[in-house]
Every structure is written in C-alpha cells, then in structure tokens.
Design a protein around this ligand. Sequence first.
Ligand code: GLN
Length: 388
Amino acid sequence: MLRPAIRTETFTESVIREMTRVAREHDALNLAQGFPDFPAPTRIKEAACQAVMDDVNQYAITWGAPELRSALEESYRELYGMEVEGDREITVTCGATEAMASVVLALLNPGDEVIVFEPFYENYGPDTILCGATPVFVPLDPPDYPLHPDRLEAVVTPRTRAVILNTPNNPTGRVFGRTELEAVASLCIRHDLVAITDEIYEHILYEGEHIPLATLEGMRERTVTVSGASKTFSVTGWRIGTIVAPPTLTGAIRKVHDFLTVGAPAPFQRAVAVGLRELGRPYYASLAEAYRERRDTLVAGLQAAGFQCTPPQGAYYVLADFSNLSRQDDRAFSRVLTREAGVAPVPGSSFFSEGARGSRLVRFAFCKRLETLQEAAERLRRFGGLGS
Ligand code: GLN
C-alpha cells in the first residue's frame, strides 16, 4: 500500500488554517487566522496592476527583483541604521513562511537543537522537524512574558545550533526590549549560535521600539532577519517575504529557496518596492495607530465578555484566558465559540509543545475592520452573558 513519508507523521496540520475552515463552515467572524479584512493601500495596488500591465509577468531573478532588494537596502538603512548589501545579503521569498523554511533547511543539520520561545508561532515546530532538527522550548510566562536569560542558558548543549526569536511576538504580543535582546545576543556569541529572527510585525507596535537583533553589537554576522510585506502592507495573499543574512549564509539559503519556489511573484515584488519607497515612515505610523484602536476595541470586548487578557505591546493578536467562561478545553471551547457565538479563535494549545499549557487559552486576531471587531465584541458579550 502507498504510504506518505514518515516525516509527515511527525507534525500535525496547521490548527490556524483549520480554524479558518471551521469559521467558514459556521459563517463566523474569523478572528483565527491573522489576515486583514480591510483593503491594502491604493498606491501599492495600483503599482501591482501597473506591473502586470507593463508585463512584469515572468520570473524575477531568483533571489529577488533588483528594485526590491535596493528598496530594502534603503529601508533597512533609514529605519534601523543597518547597512545591507542587496546583491549578497538579501533573498526575496514566497512569504515569511517560505523564508523561515528555506533558512532552517539551509542552516540546520539533522540532530541540531534549536531554541524556540514558548508560546510560539506554530510553523517553527514543523519547520525544524522537517530538517531533522529538534526544537528545544524555553517558556515565557504570562501575563508579561519576560525573557529569562538563565532559562536560555540552561537549555544550551553541544548540539545547540540556533535560536528562533519572533518580535513583535505572535501570539503573546511581546515586543522584546534591548536588555532581553542583549541576553539573546550574548548567548549566541558565547555559544557560536545563529539567530533566526522573525520580524514580520516590525511596524505593528504600540509600546517600545522595534530593535532588529542584527543591529546589536556582534550580531550582524550571525543573524538571519526574516520579514515581509504581508503584515506591513496588508497583502498576505501576495506572498512576498524577505531574508537578510550574511553572505556566508545567503548562498545556502538562496540555493534552497531556488529549488523550492524559483522566486516570489514578480509584479508584487515591484509593487512592494514602490510601497517601501513611497509610503515609508508616515504610513507605518498610521498603520500602528489604526491597529491600536482595533486592539483597544477587541481587548475591551473580551474583558467585558469575561475573558482575562492584557493589551499586547505589538503584533495583532490577543492571547486570552477563558477560564471564567467555560470548563471545556481550548479546542472544544474554540469550536463552541465559533458555532454559538459566531466568532472563531485559535485554540491556545497550538502555540505550546505540551498542549495542556494552552488548554485555558484562545488567540484572537484583530487585523480586522473596526466594525468587524465591534460586532465580534458584541457577539462575545452576548455569549459571555449566556454562560454566567
Ligand atoms: N501569521 C498568521 C497567523 O498566525 C497567519 C498564518 C498563516 O496562515 N500563514 O494567524
């Protein structure tokens, strides 16, 4: 009998994408998967249409259209004072998802250990497992999720090869501060580790500042910085991700990327270059402001309905404790909430290596129009009222 490869049995299907399907089945508001339900900026949509009409319709150079790589160079320099060489250090991928997968496939060997902070974005588990590497989890504790350097140090073994860090963080909403990043940097330098940072929410923050780990002393040559256009320009369907890595690592990353996907969509690469060049800082500030209002609307709605949660510092998720509303576990509760309240969250267990740690939690995404969030808040309040 034909059987799939054993490696596919070592991880499960994405619960985030599964909840999107469940939300559709019940015609519920989808606060599960993190994609915007509001339009992308007109300027970049026009640029994308124009690119198609101008026949930018064939493969771009595998590692990314030169115009996008040079716009990224300028953007990293202007925003973070980071000098990046587009020719030797930037790779454009099909979303940050492919970026993360290409990076770990290019850098990890079977048997390597990779430090992952927990709770974590669910892709990091399968990404590592597909390489035959082992994720080693370091817990961040609610409600503030601080990074404890001693916990990091305690898990390092001779097999440790990398640290995956996501800031602003999905799902906790933490924006890691300089002192915490310095602890990660010091660990990487002392143990000769590579840092892989997922900075896809770099422009969505409400407190503190976004500090790319690569800008810390001694880190540029050992950090791989992943980001992309999906969240910044509200275009998750365009699949434009970016990688900045030292030349010594970029060659390997580009080889993997080339044979996985050849390249990211050419017309959208041009449009993202336009977004980076023409929208820039004022746009990022207004994006964060609009998200702040969405965050406050959802958090107030969740608290009024009986959930326990604190406002995130960045990204667009709220991890909420539903203990006051139900004794069910997170998976059962997520389905009940979707069916009966018409609001779909993601079960908390999807963000933990041991599901039990997330069994009182659900994650809500607030990358939605204010009306959607107000309607969700109202539905949740009614649902909370029914249960009490
Ligand atoms: N990053 C988003 C989330 O956490 C979307 C994930 C995805 O489906 N690619 O919901």
